[in-house]
Design a protein around this ligand. Structure first.
Ligand code: NAP
Length: 247
């Protein structure tokens, strides 16, 4: 077990990649508070399925784009788990449309959910992490944040912003023994990619050398590596998990 007795916050843990991350952290001995936007029922099921005598798991309803919700989450995690060693900023959403049709609201809502959320949670965990002189922060970006994508200007800008925030925070926080890294997934099988039709899927697969879409656990294993002591000398990096699509 790579994370025995560690304590983590994962944003957006009820579905897809976030749920995979919660499961992988728990399998490695880590207790977790995960957040979600609206899926109360899934949250209660995950708590029941993953909690055990050795590992605590709590769901907490909190809009990641709100700073006060981030502060409430951190307070809740400290109360329930006794501290925070690991923060995984995973919560995110899309609102795709061409730039010509994109409204100001489409842009602002995605920047707030995907980029400001990372600012919110990072700022909220800093005091406890600096106080204990230890922390691992992992931000979920996307390969489109590296290469761009038509129809996703708001999403791509948010994910490119996450990479900039990761690097800046890595430089600021290294002296406090806090590592900050990003994971950039390619196409992963979740509700977010469910909308792709067969033709789009085929087109995507031709550009993936490993010839399959990723699974949430592919991303989750990279997150566990970056959350563990195996990556103590790695900070400010973007680890791409995409079957070789972008290199
Ligand atoms: P997903 O299946 O749509 O799940 C999103 C999760 O985030 C859910 O738990 C959702 O909660 C939560 N969430 C969304 N907005 C939130 C908010 N404002 N506050 C709190 N929680 C919120 O998404 P996914 O595909 O697993 O993606 C997870 C992350 O990976 C995202 O940052 C996404 O951009 C990134 N990513 C995904 C892919 C991919 O191919 N899937 C590729 C690259 C990057 P509810 O269940 O309550 O709605």
């Amino acid at each position: 077990m790579k994370l025995l007795n560690k304590k983590a916050i994962v944003t957006g843990g009820t579905r897809g990649i976030g749920k995979g991350i919660v499961e992988e952290l728990v399998q490695n001995g880590c207790s977790v508070v995960f957040t979600y936007f609206s899926s109360d029922e899934s949250a209660r099921t995950i708590e029941k399925e993953l909690s055990s005598d050795s590992v605590k798991v709590f769901g907490f309803k909190a809009d990641a784009s709100s700073f006060s919700c981030a502060e409430d989450t951190v307070k809740f995690a400290i109360e329930k788990l006794g501290g925070i060693d690991i923060l995984v900023n995973n919560a995110g959403r899309t609102k795709d449309t061409l730039m010509l049709r994109m409204t100001e609201q489409d842009f602002d809502s995605i920047i707030n959910a995907n980029l400001k959320s990372v600012f919110n949670y990072t700022k909220a965990v800093l005091k406890p992490m600096i106080g204990q002189r230890y922390g691992k922060i992992i931000n979920i970006s996307s390969v489109v944040g590296l290469v761009g994508n038509p129809g996703q200007a708001n999403y791509v800008a948010s994910k490119a912003g996450v990479i900039g925030l990761t690097k800046s925070n890595a430089k600021e926080l290294a002296s406090r023994n806090i590592n900050v890294n990003a994971v950039a997934p390619g196409f992963i099988e979740t509700d977010m990619t469910d909308k792709l039709n067969d033709q789009q899927r085929e087109a995507i697969l031709t550009n993936i050398p490993i010839k399959r879409l990723g699974k949430p656990e592919d991303v989750a294993k990279a997150v566990v590596f970056l959350a563990s002591s195996e990556s103590d000398y790695i900070t400010g990096q973007v680890l791409t998990v995409d079957g070789g699509m972008v290199m």
